[in-house]
Design a protein around this ligand. Structure first.
Ligand code: SAH
Length: 340
């Protein structure tokens, strides 16, 4: 049995063809799932009984539950329970341009970045495409409003779960599905280089963000073990390829860690590395946690870093500091719940 929310429209059309039915029935099912939002086959009143019976033998409705929700002014952090009782997180941010949801792509994470809570809980399994779809639908149901932007930046490494990510994007981007514009979808990776090449050929105009956090190999390898496999040179080469194929601006995320990567020399090195690239840098004030000893850079150092990048002609923004009070950084709610 397959979770019906994991089906792209194309796969569902192929299914109907395979049972000698017209493929437009897939669109009817999509309409029930994503427009009318029913959660049983019996509600699909314009589909014949015998087809519904057949659907019931091949598909089921996966469920996820909200088990905890913490609220800050503009941020809501959800702990969600999957049907096997495993938990993931989703973070909702209300912006002036709409509701943005940060979703998890894996249960746990194997990337083991030294500053990140998610990496403290080893990967247990992938989050399936259908479960990612349900992360959006569950939160929309809770807030009784539409999500306009999705960032795959919660727990997990999306490029370590590539096939599910690709299907997920197809499902949520589909005009007959959740109908979220591809430019409103962002995938964030720690830098799994072969997947960046693969993603360069992906026919949807989604945004790519790279968690960089350091501009030399020595420091980056300390912060992010993935750098020992794909170092900065290999990473940059893959991003240049991505840019040449897609012409889409890349975002570099850079967490500001006090006395670790926030010196003026780090800023100059970063400016050098990114010089001439179609990109912008998002400086992220670190969300401190009691379990990891890194400290957030001072405001003064963040501003100094920002100024240097600006002076060298790099597009740069500082992430609005929200979610700090409610542990909204990646993995923090789950691990506080699991007492890691
Ligand atoms: N694995 C993917 C997506 C998950 S991490 C990636 O690496 O991009 C999403 C972002 O949150 C990353 O940029 C990560 O470095 C950042 N992050 C993790 N812990 C954080 C913390 N405590 N404070 C601020 N940002 C954090």
């Amino acid at each position: 049995m397959i979770n019906i929310y994991s089906m792209t429209l194309k796969k569902l059309e192929d299914y109907f063809l395979s049972i000698n039915e017209k493929k437009y029935k897939a669109r009817q099912v999509y309409d029930w799932l994503y427009i009318k939002r029913v959660n049983t086959f019996d509600n699909m009143s314009n589909i014949k009984k015998d087809i519904l019976e057949k659907l019931k033998t091949d598909y089921y409705f996966e469920k996820i539950e909200i088990i905890k929700c913490e609220n800050d002014e503009l941020v809501k952090k959800y702990l969600l329970k999957l049907s096997d009782d495993r938990t993931i997180e989703a973070v909702l941010m209300e912006h002036d341009y709409g509701n943005s949801l940060c979703i998890s792509s894996e249960v746990g994470c194997n990337m083991n970045c030294s500053f990140c809570e998610s990496g403290k809980i080893k990967k247990q399994r992938d989050v399936t495409s259908g479960e990612m779809v349900l992360e959006i639908m569950k939160i929309e149901e809770d807030i009784k409003s539409r999500i306009s932007h999705v960032v795959i930046m919660g727990i997990g490494e999306p490029f370590d779960n590539y096939d599910n990510i690709v299907d997920f994007i197809e499902i949520v981007n589909n005009p007959f599905g959740i109908n979220l514009g591809s430019r409103h979808i962002t995938v964030s990776t720690c830098g799994i280089v072969p997947k960046i090449y693969e993603f360069s050929e992906f026919p949807y105009q989604v945004n790519l963000a790279i968690s960089l956090h350091a501009s030399n190999n020595e420091l980056r390898s300390k912060l992010m073990p993935i750098n020992k496999v794909y170092n900065i040179e290999k990473l940059m080469e893959s991003i240049k390829y991505y840019l040449s194929r897609t012409n889409r601006r890349v975002t570099f995320e850079y967490i500001m860690l006090d006395k670790v990567n926030d010196k003026e020399s780090n800023a100059m090195e970063l400016a050098n590395l990114l010089h001439g690239m179609n990109c912008y840098v998002n400086l992220i004030p670190y969300n401190e946690t009691s379990r990891i000893p890194y400290k957030r850079s001072s405001k003064e150092n963040i501003l100094k870093f920002y100024d240097i990048l600006k002076r060298y002609g790099i597009n740069v923004t500082i992430r609005r500091e929200f979610g700090g009070k409610i542990s909204a950084a990646c993995g923090q709610l789950k691990s506080s719940e699991e007492k890691v």
